[in-house]
Design a protein around this ligand. Structure first.
Ligand SMILES: [Zn+2]
Length: 382
């Protein structure tokens, strides 16, 4: 580095010496050339013949001894300018468009399942607990306090209202016993409408008196299965075959309530078992790619207290009413809902014609629509 500097200073000195001679003075020129030769020789590392008497080479102001280190720095200043440009272009890159996939609408509903936990009180769901049902509830339209059954809170008359859309005096199932001579529930029920529309209709029940709820010709499959494992065994293959309308009835809570009391450990335990079957149903629907197009309506025929449901307290009448599926707007429903609204709402969800003589009214509100009609008073005589 030092020799390079010396060369540079020598070169500068040389250029100054060349410019200095006056034209015409040949001799002087020679001397100058000679001295230049000496200077160059000194620059080449030859011994300095003048020793210390050599005129001090003025340090060129443009070349301070420390300058080279400064001239090398500029590349370092370029690097920071590059990095920000990269980060700036990458930040908008995470486009989260997949999450913006349109939510299924009511028109996406291809099938409906009505599930009745016989005698299930709304306050038993969390107490049991029923995690699969609670997961559905989290995305559902749910009436925890304002849904109730008919004035005769018994299994057969209440279920007949649930599935036909009529008051008891209109569907005619006035006994809580299987009296076949009484015939089937009268009127146009939701199973008949679904069957006429070409939908495959399935009923899996755990009390044989449920046969009275719908005429055999309107149900493609009717199975009686006793106990939760049997219900599961009957239901899952029906899901795999696909369906338009399915009704699944769990008798367990009613049986245990009568035997061990409502809200007892045994009553809550069988609700958990029923919930596990619901979990398997959901799993099967998902495996078949049908879950996102299935409408659920989970309810009960009545509640109960002590060892019965004879209609002396609100707990006997109050029922859970949970709607879940495409187009359903999650919400807590506080309007008056009766069990015959279930048939009307399921028919509306499936796009089936609402019967003008029905006592039930579709709960339009579950789809975020205006509730065109409401129950101003209990519409039944019984
Ligand atoms: Zn019942």
């Amino acid at each position: 580095m030092k020799s390079w500097l010396l060369f540079k200073s020598c070169a500068t000195e040389r250029s100054r010496s060349v410019r200095a001679p006056k034209p015409g003075e040949f001799f002087l020129k020679r001397i100058t050339v000679l001295s230049l030769a000496f200077l160059l020789a000194a620059c080449a590392g030859l011994p300095n013949i003048w020793g210390s008497s050599l005129p001090p080479v003025p340090t060129p102001t443009g070349f301070p001894s420390h300058t080279p280190t400064i001239t090398l720095t500029p590349p370092a200043t370029k690097t920071p300018t590059i990095t920000p440009t990269f980060t700036a272009t990458f930040t908008p890159a995470p486009t989260l468009t997949p999450s913006a996939t349109p939510k299924p609408a009511k028109t996406d509903i291809k099938r409906a399942i009505i599930i009745s936990f016989d005698g299930m009180r709304p306050d038993a769901i969390e107490q049991a607990p029923m995690p699969n049902l609670m997961e559905l509830m989290a995305g559902s339209a749910y009436a925890p306090l304002t849904a109730r059954t008919i004035d005769y809170p018994a299994t057969s008359p209440s279920h007949a209202s649930m599935l036909t859309g009529y008051c008891m005096e209109d569907h005619g199932v006035i006994y809580n016993k299987f009296f076949m001579y009484m015939g089937y529930a009268k009127g146009t029920d939701v199973f008949q409408l679904a069957h006429e529309a070409g939908l495959r209709t399935v009923m899996v029940v755990s009390k044989d008196k449920m046969r009275q709820m719908a005429e055999p010709e309107t149900t493609d499959v009717f199975e009686v299965a006793y106990g939760e494992p049997a219900i599961q065994k009957a239901v899952l293959p029906q899901i795999e075959q696909d369906f338009g309308l399915m009704f699944v009835h769990f008798a367990g809570p009613d049986n245990r309530g009568h035997k061990y009391d409502w809200m007892s450990g045994e009553y809550l335990k069988v609700l958990r078992e029923g919930d596990a079957v619901l979990g398997e149903m959901i799993k099967t629907l998902k495996a078949e790619g049908m879950f996102d197009t299935t409408f659920f309506l989970v309810s009960a025929d009545h509640g109960g207290h002590g060892g019965n449901h004879i209609g002396t307290t609100i707990e006997d009448y109050r029922i859970p009413w949970i709607a879940y599926g495409p187009g359903v707007v999650p919400q807590i429903l506080d309007l008056q809902i009766y069990t015959f609204d279930t048939a009307a709402t399921v028919a509306y969800a499936l796009g089936l014609p609402i019967q003008p003589d029905w006592d039930g009214i579709p709960v339009y509100k579950i789809f975020g629509e205006d509730q065109l009609r409401i129950h101003e008073k209990y519409p039944c005589k019984t």
